[in-house]
Design a protein. Sequence first.
Length: 556
Amino acid sequence: MSAHPSLSATHPPRIIILIGLMGAGKTTLGRLLAQRYDLPFIDSDQEVEKAAGTTIADIFAHHGEAYFREGEHRVITRLLQQGPCVIATGGGAWMDPRTRKAVQQTPDACTVWLDVPPDIIATRLKKNASSRPLLAHENPRDVLRALAARRAPFYAQADIIVQCGEDTMDHSVHTLDQALQDFRAPHRVPIQLAHHQYDILTGANLLERAASLLAPHISNNHAIIITDETVADLHLDTLEKALAPTHIRLDVLRIPAGEGSKSLPRYSALIEEILRLGIERSTTIIAFGGGVVGDLAGFIAATALRGLPFIQIPTTLLAQVDSSVGGKTGINASTGKNLIGAFWQPQLVLADSSVLQTLPRRQRVAGYAEIVKSGLIADPNLFAWCEQNGSKLLDGDSSALEEAVQRTCRFKAQVVAADERESAAKGGRALLNLGHTFAHAFEAEFHYDGRLLHGEAVSIGLHMALALSVQLGLAPIEDLERLDKHLTALSMPTTLADLPKRLSAATLIEHMTHDKKVQNGRVKFVLLRKIGEAFTSQEVTMEDINKLLSKEGCLT
């Protein structure tokens, strides 16, 4: 039998692994698909029999299922090293957590669940049910229904789910081919730390694939989603529906949107509520929202039961390119921002660029300032990319948003991997604070009440940091003019004149002295020698800051 003539002529360059119940058609469809793509076809059951020198029925009869699963795991692990091919697995292979993990961690592997109703399979296997070890001694229909109920939550973790039913093989392979052609694996940015590693996954429509992307990281089948009311109204239904087939217990805790939720009272109330839910050390906390949710939920994960697994699903541009990456968590104190917190790395960051389409432009501006910051610090090519694509990004262009998130996350991943806890004597992760000493002072003066967003404060802070560098004779004025031209062209806040009101220099300096970056009584600033070359300095005097603030229009 040949494949449908209208199938595409190209094939995805990956290992395609078919999973599902016995009799779902994995072998037949696998052969047709391999023929269509000109790939090797491998039946894992046949490979197990070759390795054992006997049939699967004999293995079950003489050694039991556990012995068979052990051999099956070794065989599939070996097959995953062979490069692009189509593999049809046994019905129970995916139920072995070691095999499932090996497949899920294999680059370019794509799993496909052939979802066929058990009653249809029972009819297909009616004549040869006795040759199937699991069907040999009981009513095949009852066994298949029980297997389907038990295995469906795990099969649902496949990358692609194809409903086959009673379709012809030609139609089924055509449907399967189309699904494979449409499938886009998320872009993966790995973060490798001394004692931990995790991935940042970026791409479009990732929430809809939460079963395959998130479920492998939820170890005890219980997760607590912390989100805010705005995000819940927009996106929670998508996430819950995607995870529903996995039968993971989800508890959802909502908080008010806004910086006011990053407080000790909110933290205390959430901790008490979470403890009442009956959590264990393996219960996963999922931060589903912007930077406020991520910082607060991360701090809860770091401190509840002395540490819980943690997943970040950032829903703002600012969170996707900044706060969700690197493990900084915390809440605000009355004397300053993020002064109470911990380093607590996530198990995974899932950055779905599709959710950014729902953001108002002001929120995209806030996130874009952090992208510009990354270019200023050490990536002049990224800054040049911003000059070419910033307008499209702020208008919501999906490809520009996706590329910006990928570029910035790659940059930040390198910085975090080299200096996880901001402990480098010079440079290192501290460079990510470019513009933040000014920005945090601005935010504190407006009491985090929404008049000034963090990213808006950073946008002005970037101008101030480069203006200070120029004033000190460290950077050329042409670079400051270039930055200001870019920010003003996009109608972004650039100077102190763009703040909601004029501020006092003395008040701002007072806020700066309470910043986390103060060492030995002196404020550490991140300065620039030029675009793409940042460094840290504690040589800036209060006289230098006073002079700059006065020049920029502060009240004396």
